[in-house]
Write a protein that binds this ligand. Structure first.
Ligand code: MF3
Ligand code: CO
Ligand code: CO
Length: 284
Protein backbone atom coordinates (compact mmCIF):
# COMPACT_ATOMS: atom_id res chain seq x y z
CA UNK A 1 0.00 0.00 0.00
CA UNK A 2 1.20 3.48 -0.85
CA UNK A 3 2.57 5.45 2.10
CA UNK A 4 1.52 9.03 2.61
CA UNK A 5 2.74 11.84 4.78
CA UNK A 6 1.65 11.65 8.40
CA UNK A 7 -0.61 14.70 8.16
CA UNK A 8 -2.77 14.13 11.24
CA UNK A 9 -0.78 14.81 14.38
CA UNK A 10 -2.19 14.66 17.89
CA UNK A 11 -0.53 17.02 20.38
CA UNK A 12 1.49 15.14 23.03
CA UNK A 13 -0.62 14.24 26.04
CA UNK A 14 -3.89 15.38 24.44
CA UNK A 15 -6.85 13.09 24.75
CA UNK A 16 -8.11 11.70 21.45
CA UNK A 17 -11.37 13.22 20.25
CA UNK A 18 -13.89 11.22 18.21
CA UNK A 19 -12.60 13.06 15.13
CA UNK A 20 -8.99 12.13 15.94
CA UNK A 21 -9.95 8.47 16.27
CA UNK A 22 -11.74 8.41 12.92
CA UNK A 23 -8.99 10.18 11.00
CA UNK A 24 -6.25 8.10 12.66
CA UNK A 25 -8.12 4.93 11.68
CA UNK A 26 -7.66 5.82 8.00
CA UNK A 27 -4.16 7.25 8.39
CA UNK A 28 -3.02 4.06 10.13
CA UNK A 29 -4.29 2.08 7.16
CA UNK A 30 -2.12 4.03 4.72
CA UNK A 31 -4.61 6.59 3.45
CA UNK A 32 -3.80 10.24 2.78
CA UNK A 33 -5.62 12.35 5.37
CA UNK A 34 -5.88 16.14 5.70
CA UNK A 35 -3.77 18.23 8.03
CA UNK A 36 -5.61 19.84 10.94
CA UNK A 37 -5.33 23.22 9.21
CA UNK A 38 -7.68 21.99 6.48
CA UNK A 39 -10.48 21.47 9.00
CA UNK A 40 -12.20 24.86 9.20
CA UNK A 41 -13.63 26.17 12.46
CA UNK A 42 -17.37 27.01 12.61
CA UNK A 43 -16.38 30.69 12.56
CA UNK A 44 -14.31 30.26 9.41
CA UNK A 45 -17.13 28.34 7.73
CA UNK A 46 -19.53 31.19 8.55
CA UNK A 47 -17.05 33.64 6.99
CA UNK A 48 -16.81 31.58 3.80
CA UNK A 49 -20.60 31.27 3.75
CA UNK A 50 -20.97 35.08 3.91
CA UNK A 51 -18.46 35.43 1.10
CA UNK A 52 -20.50 32.83 -0.81
CA UNK A 53 -23.64 34.96 -0.50
CA UNK A 54 -21.91 37.79 -2.38
CA UNK A 55 -20.42 35.36 -4.87
CA UNK A 56 -23.92 34.04 -5.61
CA UNK A 57 -25.22 37.60 -5.94
CA UNK A 58 -22.55 38.30 -8.57
CA UNK A 59 -23.44 35.24 -10.63
CA UNK A 60 -27.18 35.93 -10.28
CA UNK A 61 -26.55 39.42 -11.65
CA UNK A 62 -24.56 38.02 -14.57
CA UNK A 63 -27.33 35.50 -15.22
CA UNK A 64 -29.90 38.30 -15.32
CA UNK A 65 -27.92 40.63 -17.58
CA UNK A 66 -26.01 38.37 -19.98
CA UNK A 67 -27.08 38.68 -23.63
CA UNK A 68 -25.89 38.49 -27.23
CA UNK A 69 -24.09 41.65 -28.32
CA UNK A 70 -22.40 42.42 -25.00
CA UNK A 71 -18.65 42.01 -24.55
CA UNK A 72 -16.95 39.83 -21.99
CA UNK A 73 -15.44 43.07 -20.64
CA UNK A 74 -19.04 44.18 -19.88
CA UNK A 75 -19.44 41.04 -17.75
CA UNK A 76 -16.17 41.78 -15.99
CA UNK A 77 -17.30 45.30 -15.18
CA UNK A 78 -20.51 44.02 -13.57
CA UNK A 79 -18.54 41.52 -11.51
CA UNK A 80 -16.07 44.16 -10.35
CA UNK A 81 -18.71 46.73 -9.43
CA UNK A 82 -21.13 44.38 -7.68
CA UNK A 83 -18.30 42.82 -5.68
CA UNK A 84 -16.86 46.20 -4.61
CA UNK A 85 -20.32 47.62 -3.82
CA UNK A 86 -20.83 44.73 -1.39
CA UNK A 87 -17.58 45.36 0.46
CA UNK A 88 -15.74 42.44 -1.13
CA UNK A 89 -12.79 41.93 -3.48
CA UNK A 90 -12.71 39.94 -6.74
CA UNK A 91 -9.97 37.37 -6.07
CA UNK A 92 -9.00 36.95 -9.72
CA UNK A 93 -7.94 40.59 -10.14
CA UNK A 94 -4.15 40.58 -9.92
CA UNK A 95 -3.99 36.90 -8.94
CA UNK A 96 -0.64 35.72 -10.30
CA UNK A 97 -0.90 38.60 -12.75
CA UNK A 98 -4.42 37.81 -14.01
CA UNK A 99 -5.69 41.18 -15.31
CA UNK A 100 -9.48 40.98 -14.76
CA UNK A 101 -12.07 40.28 -12.04
CA UNK A 102 -13.48 37.04 -13.42
CA UNK A 103 -12.85 34.41 -16.07
CA UNK A 104 -15.06 34.27 -19.16
CA UNK A 105 -14.61 31.11 -21.22
CA UNK A 106 -16.56 30.77 -24.47
CA UNK A 107 -17.16 27.55 -26.48
CA UNK A 108 -13.76 25.82 -27.00
CA UNK A 109 -12.21 27.81 -24.16
CA UNK A 110 -12.06 25.46 -21.18
CA UNK A 111 -11.31 28.02 -18.46
CA UNK A 112 -9.28 31.13 -17.52
CA UNK A 113 -10.53 33.13 -20.52
CA UNK A 114 -9.70 36.82 -20.04
CA UNK A 115 -12.57 39.30 -20.43
CA UNK A 116 -12.01 41.57 -23.42
CA UNK A 117 -13.72 44.61 -25.00
CA UNK A 118 -13.46 43.05 -28.46
CA UNK A 119 -14.99 39.71 -27.56
CA UNK A 120 -18.73 39.94 -28.24
CA UNK A 121 -21.23 37.27 -27.19
CA UNK A 122 -23.07 35.73 -30.10
CA UNK A 123 -26.28 33.74 -30.42
CA UNK A 124 -25.48 30.06 -29.84
CA UNK A 125 -22.37 30.63 -27.73
CA UNK A 126 -21.95 28.75 -24.47
CA UNK A 127 -19.96 30.65 -21.85
CA UNK A 128 -18.62 29.91 -18.40
CA UNK A 129 -18.33 32.83 -15.98
CA UNK A 130 -16.09 31.99 -13.02
CA UNK A 131 -15.97 34.35 -10.03
CA UNK A 132 -14.09 34.11 -6.78
CA UNK A 133 -15.00 36.51 -3.98
CA UNK A 134 -12.95 37.58 -0.97
CA UNK A 135 -14.92 38.93 2.00
CA UNK A 136 -13.10 39.69 5.26
CA UNK A 137 -10.31 37.41 4.04
CA UNK A 138 -12.63 34.48 3.23
CA UNK A 139 -12.75 33.03 -0.31
CA UNK A 140 -15.77 31.61 -2.14
CA UNK A 141 -15.37 30.28 -5.69
CA UNK A 142 -18.13 29.33 -8.16
CA UNK A 143 -18.92 29.31 -11.85
CA UNK A 144 -21.91 28.74 -14.08
CA UNK A 145 -22.59 28.15 -17.76
CA UNK A 146 -24.83 30.42 -19.77
CA UNK A 147 -26.32 29.66 -23.16
CA UNK A 148 -26.66 32.73 -25.36
CA UNK A 149 -30.03 32.50 -27.07
CA UNK A 150 -30.50 29.15 -28.73
CA UNK A 151 -27.62 26.76 -29.31
CA UNK A 152 -27.16 23.33 -30.91
CA UNK A 153 -28.57 20.21 -29.23
CA UNK A 154 -25.00 18.89 -28.73
CA UNK A 155 -23.81 22.03 -26.94
CA UNK A 156 -26.98 22.07 -24.87
CA UNK A 157 -26.32 18.46 -23.87
CA UNK A 158 -22.70 19.31 -22.98
CA UNK A 159 -23.83 22.10 -20.65
CA UNK A 160 -26.41 19.82 -19.02
CA UNK A 161 -24.07 16.86 -18.59
CA UNK A 162 -21.35 19.10 -17.11
CA UNK A 163 -23.87 20.27 -14.51
CA UNK A 164 -24.91 16.68 -13.81
CA UNK A 165 -21.22 15.82 -13.35
CA UNK A 166 -20.96 18.45 -10.62
CA UNK A 167 -24.13 17.12 -8.92
CA UNK A 168 -22.99 13.50 -9.18
CA UNK A 169 -19.56 14.43 -7.83
CA UNK A 170 -21.26 16.18 -4.94
CA UNK A 171 -23.33 13.11 -4.11
CA UNK A 172 -20.25 10.87 -4.22
CA UNK A 173 -18.56 13.04 -1.59
CA UNK A 174 -19.76 11.45 1.64
CA UNK A 175 -18.03 12.17 4.95
CA UNK A 176 -15.05 9.79 5.30
CA UNK A 177 -15.08 8.96 1.60
CA UNK A 178 -12.18 9.97 -0.65
CA UNK A 179 -11.39 12.58 -3.27
CA UNK A 180 -11.02 9.72 -5.77
CA UNK A 181 -14.67 8.76 -5.21
CA UNK A 182 -15.69 12.16 -6.58
CA UNK A 183 -13.48 11.87 -9.65
CA UNK A 184 -14.58 8.32 -10.35
CA UNK A 185 -18.28 9.25 -10.34
CA UNK A 186 -17.75 12.29 -12.55
CA UNK A 187 -15.63 10.47 -15.12
CA UNK A 188 -18.15 7.64 -15.36
CA UNK A 189 -21.03 10.03 -16.07
CA UNK A 190 -19.08 12.06 -18.64
CA UNK A 191 -17.94 8.93 -20.51
CA UNK A 192 -21.43 7.43 -20.48
CA UNK A 193 -22.57 10.52 -22.37
CA UNK A 194 -19.72 10.37 -24.89
CA UNK A 195 -17.76 13.25 -23.38
CA UNK A 196 -14.31 13.51 -21.80
CA UNK A 197 -12.93 15.01 -18.58
CA UNK A 198 -10.10 17.57 -18.54
CA UNK A 199 -7.17 16.15 -16.57
CA UNK A 200 -4.78 19.11 -16.37
CA UNK A 201 -6.94 21.27 -14.08
CA UNK A 202 -8.82 20.33 -10.95
CA UNK A 203 -10.93 21.51 -8.02
CA UNK A 204 -9.19 22.54 -4.81
CA UNK A 205 -9.42 23.33 -1.15
CA UNK A 206 -10.51 26.93 -0.66
CA UNK A 207 -11.55 29.36 2.06
CA UNK A 208 -8.58 30.97 3.77
CA UNK A 209 -6.67 31.10 0.46
CA UNK A 210 -7.67 30.88 -3.18
CA UNK A 211 -6.15 27.46 -3.77
CA UNK A 212 -5.51 25.13 -0.85
CA UNK A 213 -5.01 21.40 -0.50
CA UNK A 214 -6.33 18.98 -1.61
CA UNK A 215 -6.39 18.85 -5.41
CA UNK A 216 -9.83 17.59 -6.38
CA UNK A 217 -9.37 15.71 -9.63
CA UNK A 218 -12.44 15.04 -11.73
CA UNK A 219 -11.30 11.54 -12.70
CA UNK A 220 -9.83 8.73 -10.67
CA UNK A 221 -10.28 5.59 -8.63
CA UNK A 222 -12.63 4.97 -5.74
CA UNK A 223 -10.95 4.83 -2.35
CA UNK A 224 -7.90 6.84 -3.44
CA UNK A 225 -6.82 10.41 -2.74
CA UNK A 226 -7.35 12.42 0.41
CA UNK A 227 -9.92 11.39 3.03
CA UNK A 228 -12.88 13.82 3.16
CA UNK A 229 -13.37 14.94 6.74
CA UNK A 230 -16.17 17.17 8.12
CA UNK A 231 -14.98 20.77 8.23
CA UNK A 232 -13.06 20.59 4.97
CA UNK A 233 -14.00 23.25 2.42
CA UNK A 234 -13.26 22.66 -1.26
CA UNK A 235 -14.54 23.14 -4.79
CA UNK A 236 -15.69 20.63 -7.36
CA UNK A 237 -15.49 22.12 -10.86
CA UNK A 238 -15.51 19.52 -13.63
CA UNK A 239 -14.47 20.67 -17.09
CA UNK A 240 -16.21 18.42 -19.59
CA UNK A 241 -15.18 18.35 -23.27
CA UNK A 242 -17.20 17.32 -26.31
CA UNK A 243 -14.12 15.78 -27.95
CA UNK A 244 -10.66 15.07 -26.59
CA UNK A 245 -9.76 15.81 -22.95
CA UNK A 246 -6.49 17.37 -24.06
CA UNK A 247 -6.00 21.11 -23.73
CA UNK A 248 -3.36 23.76 -24.39
CA UNK A 249 -2.66 27.23 -23.01
CA UNK A 250 -2.78 30.21 -25.36
CA UNK A 251 0.84 31.30 -25.72
CA UNK A 252 -0.02 34.91 -26.33
CA UNK A 253 -1.84 35.64 -23.06
CA UNK A 254 -0.44 32.77 -21.00
CA UNK A 255 -3.85 32.09 -19.41
CA UNK A 256 -6.60 30.98 -21.79
CA UNK A 257 -7.02 27.19 -21.69
CA UNK A 258 -8.39 25.81 -24.98
CA UNK A 259 -9.38 22.30 -26.09
CA UNK A 260 -6.77 20.68 -28.35
CA UNK A 261 -9.40 19.83 -31.01
CA UNK A 262 -11.18 23.16 -30.54
CA UNK A 263 -14.48 21.42 -29.76
CA UNK A 264 -16.58 22.99 -27.01
CA UNK A 265 -16.08 22.57 -23.26
CA UNK A 266 -18.40 23.24 -20.31
CA UNK A 267 -17.82 23.70 -16.57
CA UNK A 268 -19.82 24.32 -13.39
CA UNK A 269 -18.32 24.99 -9.98
CA UNK A 270 -19.42 25.33 -6.37
CA UNK A 271 -17.64 25.77 -3.05
CA UNK A 272 -18.69 23.12 -0.51
CA UNK A 273 -18.22 22.36 3.15
CA UNK A 274 -18.14 18.73 4.24
CA UNK A 275 -20.49 18.02 7.15
CA UNK A 276 -21.36 14.84 9.06
CA UNK A 277 -24.37 14.58 6.72
CA UNK A 278 -22.57 15.17 3.40
CA UNK A 279 -21.66 18.20 1.34
CA UNK A 280 -23.33 21.53 1.84
CA UNK A 281 -23.10 24.16 -0.92
CA UNK A 282 -21.71 27.51 0.27
CA UNK A 283 -22.26 29.28 -3.06
CA UNK A 284 -25.97 29.30 -3.70
N1 MF3 B 1 -11.66 30.58 -10.31
C1 MF3 B 1 -10.69 29.67 -10.88
C2 MF3 B 1 -10.84 28.37 -10.11
O1 MF3 B 1 -11.91 27.85 -10.12
C3 MF3 B 1 -9.30 30.20 -10.84
C4 MF3 B 1 -9.11 31.38 -11.68
S1 MF3 B 1 -7.55 31.97 -11.46
C5 MF3 B 1 -7.48 33.31 -12.46
O2 MF3 B 1 -10.01 27.89 -9.42
F1 MF3 B 1 -6.37 33.88 -12.17
F2 MF3 B 1 -7.53 32.89 -13.72
F3 MF3 B 1 -8.48 34.10 -12.24
CO1 CO C 1 -11.99 26.89 -8.26
CO1 CO D 1 -13.53 29.22 -9.99
Amino acid sequence: MRRHKINWKVPKGAELTELDKKVLYYQDRGHLVPTRQLIKTPEQIEGIRRSGVINTGVLDLVEKEIHAGMSTADIDKMVYEYTKDHGAIPACLGYEGFPKSCCTSINEVVCHGIPNEEEILEEGDIINVDCTTILDGYYADASRMFIIGKTTPQKEKLVRVAKECLEIGMEAAKPYSFVGDIGHAIEKHAKKNGFSVVRDLCGHGVGLEFHEEPDVEHFGKKGTGMLLVPGMVFTIEPMINMGTWEVFIDEEDGWTVVTEDELPSAQWEHTFVMTEQGLEILTH
